[in-house]
Design a protein around this ligand. Structure first.
Ligand SMILES: [Zn+2]
Length: 490
């Protein structure tokens, strides 16, 4: 008998945490952070203070109350943990580099091996290095024992070193080495590269997990191959972010619309906001800029991502940067704002600027300001509005939002403030975006083509919609509540 338990992602978008176990083994598929729950309970920074972060996360239900899986250096309130439900996790397999799928890995025991692909690891490391994440939030691949750290301080001994967590690097279509059962990672199309679905063979049943999936992106053939690979499976864990949404817009539509809107603004500046992890969208935008005879200008963070993936020789298709320039942010108080020795340039930004200095790749706000009709800015954060304030866009310049869904976002956006800035700078706005998730019709088609015996919806606020739509077709849908177990093959 194999048991499936959703420790997160049941009736909610994000926070996916799937526990699979038989007598001899237990694995986690994803161990994501529920950004929604965190937002609901956080009050300032006190909520996440090191000595109570684990306690608070257990108390409010951001983390499941399971014994034996958590790191031991953080203060743990035994009363919050179920003593009957104890597991020793053989490994935690991550499906892709979105926080709602891997963000809670940092709370797992130091000994638990983490399984990722090479490109996925590079993407997660890029996100950790270039975002404002600090402390425990950074400890996905490394680990620093906080209890030891304080004990050492007390006794005046040397600092505690960071140690690496045990790592399993998996490759597409090859069984995951070191896993207690046969698990095949199969690439799927999503709004971040290196996303994998899985086919899992247990002694009693075969199980497939879609992860986050779509059919309308640049690499939709991956998703089709996944469907072929898991046909006739016993249990299908399927994401349902957009089970209530029938709209369709493809990556190709995004490109056409961006080109057409850009051409309407001949004399003006174009700025597009994108998720810095959505490499396919970045490629689309660079191509759109070139089609409109404009020079694409990338934020340093976007450039950092492309460079990082290039350095690890990732198989991900990267955008061509021959014509692109990198935006040179002002951070210092002297030298017109461009003194790289200033402490206000973060390490990774400084490294990028130093590596490009003396080339014609860097471009300053003053240069963009002079010839606004020549450029197409691709930025990754709403803070780019401060850069636009430097550039002073001609009134009526275009600001395109082309970002991922909010649950994929790392930072909470305060829309009212963004709107105030947009009004202040007298920008025209458009939202041109294709979702990272399949719509209702594509999801239903996927399930029918796979033909599983049981469907378990995950990563959706509307699991009942699957039941309503699929049970007419004689496909059994199991609605699972958080923490509840379903036993297969008894
Ligand atoms: Zn995702």
């Amino acid at each position: 008998m194999v048991s499936i338990c959703l420790l997160g992602g049941a009736g909610e978008i994000g926070g996916n945490k799937i526990l699979l176990h038989e007598k001899e083994w237990a694995i986690l598929l994803d161990f994501g952070l529920s950004l929604k729950k965190r937002r609901e309970y956080e009050i300032g920074y006190g909520f996440e203070r090191t000595n109570r972060i684990l306690k608070n996360y257990l108390l409010v239900g951001i983390l499941p109350k399971i014994n034996g899986i958590y790191r031991e250096d953080l203060m743990l309130d035994e009363g919050l943990i179920s003593s009957e439900r104890a597991f020793s996790i053989d490994c935690c397999i991550v499906s892709h580099g979105h926080l709602d799928h891997y963000g809670a890995v940092t709370f797992l025991k130091m000994e638990t091996p983490i399984a990722v692909s090479k490109s996925m690891k590079a993407l997660i490391e890029h996100a950790i290095e270039t975002s404002g994440r600090s402390g425990i939030d950074r400890e996905i691949f490394i680990y620093k024992d906080r209890k030891k750290e304080e004990l050492r301080k007390k006794t005046g001994k040397e600092e505690v070193e960071e140690v690496e967590r045990p790592l399993i690097i998996f490759e597409e279509d090859k069984k995951i080495r070191g896993a207690p059962i046969e698990i095949l990672p199969i690439p799927v199309d999503h709004s971040i590269p290196a996303t994998f679905g899985f086919r899992i063979e247990t002694s009693k049943a075969s199980i497939a997990y879609t992860s986050d999936i779509r059919f309308h992106g640049i690499v939709s053939t991956y998703t089709q191959d996944f469907v072929e690979n898991v046909k006739g499976i016993d249990v299908l864990l399927v994401e349902g972010t957009r089970i209530n949404d029938s709209t369709t817009k493809s990556e190709d539509d995004v490109k056409k619309e961006v080109v057409s809107e850009t051409l309407k603004k001949k004399e003006k500046l174009i700025t597009v906001l994108v998720s810095s992890l959505d490499i396919d969208r970045i490629r689309t935008l660079i191509e759109a800029a070139e089609e409109c005879d404009r020079i694409p200008v990338l934020s340093p963070r976007i450039y950092h991502l492309i460079k990082t993936l290039h350095e690890v020789e990732s198989k991900v298709k990267l955008p061509k940067l021959e014509n692109a320039k990198i935006y040179f942010e002002k951070r210092s108080i002297i030298d017109e704002g461009y003194f790289l020795g200033s402490p206000h340039y973060r390490g990774w930004v400084k490294k990028i600027y130093e590596s490009l200095s003396g080339t014609d790749k860097l471009i300053k706000s003053e240069e963009i300001s002079k010839d606004q009709d020549e450029f197409f800015l691709i930025f990754n954060s709403h803070q780019c509005l401060f850069e636009l304030a430097e550039i002073q866009p001609i009134p009526g310049s275009l600001f395109i939002e082309s970002t991922s869904e909010p649950h994929d976002e790392e930072q909470e956006i305060e829309w009212e403030k963004v709107e105030r800035w947009i009004n202040l700078l007298r920008l025209d706005t458009r939202r041109i975006h294709a979702s990272g998730h399949a719509n209702r019709e594509d999801l239903l088609k996927l399930v029918k083509e796979i033909g599983p015996k049981i469907v378990i919806p995950i990563h959706t606020e509307n699991p009942r919609e699957f039941k309503r739509l699929l049970e007419k077709e004689d496909i059994k849908v199991e609605i699972m509540y958080e923490g509840e177990e379903v036993n297969i093959g008894q």
